[in-house]
Design a protein around this ligand. Structure first.
Ligand code: ADP
Length: 541
C-alpha cells in the first residue's frame, strides 16, 4: 500500500524560493575582488538567479549541460549556482588552485559549455583558452566599469544578466537530476568528478541543519571561508538560504586581518574553514590583542584540527569548535564533533580529547569500519580499519564511470581513510589508507605524530611519512617546517613527542624543510613529500 502524501520533489530551486518568500531581506554580504563591500538580499539573489537562468537559456544551455565557474565566494557566484541548477543545468565548480593544465583537463572532461569566472583568474583562462574547445562563452564576474581587458570576447556578468526576463520555469525535472559537479583534487591519479543530484544536495542540506551538525538558524550570520569550489562550501550555499541565515562572503581575501574584519563588523556567529585559515586568524588576533565577542561556533575540517587551534578557540576566545570530517564524495559533511551528552560534564582535558576526534555522524550518514577481510571491527575506540560510508548524500559512482565500481554490493563507499569508532559513535581518523605508515605490518598514525609536533611553539607545520627500512619495511620520518625565524633542534621535537605516543611510533629521524608542500585544497601533499624523500636513508636502517 502506498502512502497518500504529496509528491514534493527535492530540487535545490525550492531552497532559494523559500528564502525569497520567508527571508527576503536577509543578506549576503560580499567582499568584492576590488575590495569594496557589496550587500545583497535573498530577495535580490532570487531575481539575479532567474536572470542567470534566462541568460543561460539564451546561450542554448538546458537540461544536463555543464556550466563551469572559477570563482571566489560571492553573491554573483551564488546566482550562477541557482540560475544554472534551476533549469536543470549542472553547475561545475572548478578549483582555481589547481595547476592550469589540470584545470583545462577537468573542463574538457566535464565538457563545460560556459565558463563564468572572477577576474583574478583571467591569466589562467587566457592561458588555457585554446585548449578548452567545448567552452563557447566566457563571462567575468564584473560590471561594465570593473571589466578587465581580455582576448576571450568575455562579457561582464552584470551586463550579461541585466534586463533579462525573470519569467523562467525552475525545477521542471525529477529530483534525481544531476545538479552539481565537483572534482576531487586528484592527489591519487587523475581528478574524478563527483556528480551531485538535486535530491542529494537537498537531503545533505537537511542533514547539516540538524542541531548536532551545523544547526544554524535565521538569526545566524555565517561566514564560509571554505570556498564554494571546495565541496559546495561544505553545503553552506544551500543551508544558509534554507534557514535564512545571513551570509558573509570573503571574496579573494582570506588572510587573518581581512577575516577578522568581517567577523567583527558583520557580527558573524558561525564560520567554517580548514585549519590553515584559522592558524592565520589566531596569529593575527594574538599579535593585535583582539577578541571574538560575536562568534559562537567555528567548523573546522578538511584535515585534522591541531590541538593548539582547538584550545585557542575554546579556551582563549570561548568559541565552540566543531571538528568535522568529510570528503567531496560525501557532499561533504560526514561527521561533526558536537559534544555528546555523556561528555558535557567532563573535565576540560577530556572534552578537548573528544573534540580532537572527528565527531559523530548525523542522522542520514551511516558509517562502518572494516578490517582487511571486510569484516566489521569492534567499536571500542581503539581498533582501526577502513572507514566505509553510506547515505543519500554519498557518491555511488564517479562522472563518466572514472575509477570503475566504487561501492560494494551493499552500497558502502570506501573512503580510503583509516579510522576507529567508540561505543557512542565517535569516529577518529588515524590516517588516509595511502598515507598509512606500516612498520612491521602494524599501522602507525601519521596524524597523531603530526598533531603533537605542530603543538610545539617553534613548529609551523609537520608531516610524518613512511620511508623504506630494511627490517620493518617502513619507519616514520618526521618532516618539520619551523616557524619563521626559529631553528628547533631534533632533540626538542623528540622531547615534545615523548610520552605522548607509543614508543615504537617515535620517528626514526627528523628533518627540517623551509616549506611543506600543500595541495590545491590546502592539505599537505604527501605524494610530493614521499617522492622527495624516497631515497632517504634513516640512521636506523
Ligand atoms: P581530496 O581527497 O581530493 O583531498 P577532499 O577535500 O574530498 O579532497 O578530502 C577528503 C579527505 O580529507 C578525507 O578522506 C580525509 O582523508 C581528509 N579529511 C577531511 N576532514 C578531515 C578531518 N577532520 N580530519 C582528518 N582528515 C580529514
Amino acid at each position: 500500500m502506498k502512502g497518500l502524501m504529496q509528491d514534493w520533489q527535492l530540487t535545490t530551486n525550492k531552497i532559494l524560493e523559500h528564502a525569497k518568500r520567508i527571508n527576503p531581506t536577509r543578506e549576503i554580504v560580499t567582499r568584492r575582488v576590488e575590495g569594496n563591500i557589496e550587500r545583497t538580499t535573498y530577495g535580490d539573489l532570487f531575481d539575479m538567479s532567474k536572470q542567470v537562468s534566462t541568460a543561460l537559456q539564451d546561450e542554448g544551455i538546458g537540461l544536463g549541460d555543464r556550466v563551469a565557474t572559477l570563482g571566489w565566494n560571492s553573491e554573483r557566484h551564488m546566482a550562477s549556482w541557482y540560475g544554472a541548477m534551476g533549469i536543470g543545468a549542472v553547475l561545475h565548480t572548478v578549483n582555481p588552485r589547481l595547476h592550469p593544465e589540470q584545470i583545462a583537463w577537468i573542463i574538457n572532461h566535464a565538457e563545460d559549455k560556459v565558463l563564468i569566472f572572477d577576474k583574478t583568474f583571467l591569466p589562467i583562462v587566457e592561458a588555457i583558452k585554446d585548449n578548452i574547445p567545448t567552452v563557447k562563452s566566457f563571462v567575468i564576474y564584473a560590471g561594465a566599469d570593473t571589466m578587465p581587458e581580455n582576448t576571450l570576447g568575455a562579457v561582464p556578468f552584470d551586463i550579461w544578466i541585466d534586463g533579462r526576463s525573470q519569467n523562467v520555469r525552475w525545477g521542471d525535472f525529477p529530483e534525481d537530476t544531476a545538479c552539481g559537479l565537483c572534482y576531487t583534487s586528484g592527489t591519487t591519479g587523475d581528478p574524478k568528478g563527483v556528480l551531485y543530484s538535486h535530491r542529494s544536495n537537498v537531503l545533505h542540506t537537511m542533514i547539516t541543519m540538524q542541531r548536532d551538525a551545523i544547526g544554524m538558524g535565521a538569526n545566524d550570520v555565517v561566514l564560509p571561508v571554505v570556498p564554494m569550489f571546495h565541496a559546495n562550501a561544505w553545503g553552506l550555499t544551500f543551508s544558509c538560504p534554507a534557514t535564512g541565515a545571513n551570509m558573509v562572503m570573503p571574496g579573494a581575501q582570506m588572510d587573518g586581518a581581512s577575516i577578522y574584519e568581517l567577523l567583527d563588523t558583520e557580527k558573524v556567529t558561525i564560520t567554517a574553514a580548514v585549519p590553515t585559515v584559522w592558524l592565520m586568524l589566531l596569529t593575527y588576533l594574538q599579535e593585535n590583542d583582539l577578541k571574538l565577542p560575536h562568534l559562537n561556533k567555528v567548523i573546522i575540517g578538511g584535515s585534522a584540527v591541531p590541538e593548539k587551534i582547538l584550545r585557542a578557540f575554546e579556551e582563549d576566545y570561548e568559541v565552540d569548535v566543531v571538528h568535522a570530517w568529510g570528503m567531496t564524495e560525501t557532499s561533504p559533511l560526514g561527521t561533526l564533533g558536537t559534544l555528546p551528552p555523556h561528555m558535557l560534564d567532563a573535565d576540560i582535558d577530556t572534552r578537548m580529547a573528544q573534540k580532537l576526534k572527528q565527531g559523530r555522524p548525523p542522522f542520514g550518514v551511516e558509517l562502518k569500519i572494516v578490517d582487511d577481510e571486510h569484516n566489521d571491527v569492534a567499536w571500542d575506540g581503539e581498533t582501526s580499519g577502513r572507514l566505509l560510508v553510506r547515505g543519500p548524500g554519498i557518491a555511488a559512482a564517479y562522472f563518466k564511470g572514472a575509477g570503475g565500481k566504487v561501492v560494494d554490493e551493499d552500497n558502502w563507499f570506501d573512503t580510503g581513510d583509516v579510522a576507529n569508532m567508540d561505543q557512542y559513535g565517535t569516529m577518529q581518523i588515524t590516517d588516509r589508507a595511502k598515507d598509512v605508515i606500516k612498520s612491521g605490518g602494524e599501522w602507525i598514525s601519521s596524524i597523531d605524530i603530526e598533531n603533537i609536533a605542530v603543538g610545539h611553539p617553534k613548529v609551523a607545520n609537520a608531516a610524518a611519512i613512511g620511508v623504506y627500512h630494511p627490517k620493518w619495511d617502513e619507519r616514520p620520518l618526521l618532516i618539520i617546517q619551523p616557524v619563521e625565524g626559529e631553528t628547533p633542534s631534533k632533540e626538542e621535537i623528540f622531547a615534545a613527542l615523548e610520552g605522548k605516543i607509543a614508543k615504537w611510533w617515535t620517528p626514526d629521524d627528523i628533518t627540517f624543510v623551509d616549506n611543506i608542500p600543500l595541495g590545491a585544497t590546502g592539505k599537505i601533499n604527501k605524494l610530493a613529500l614521499r617522492d622527495t624523500f624516497k631515497d632517504y636513508k634513516l640512521p636506523t636502517a
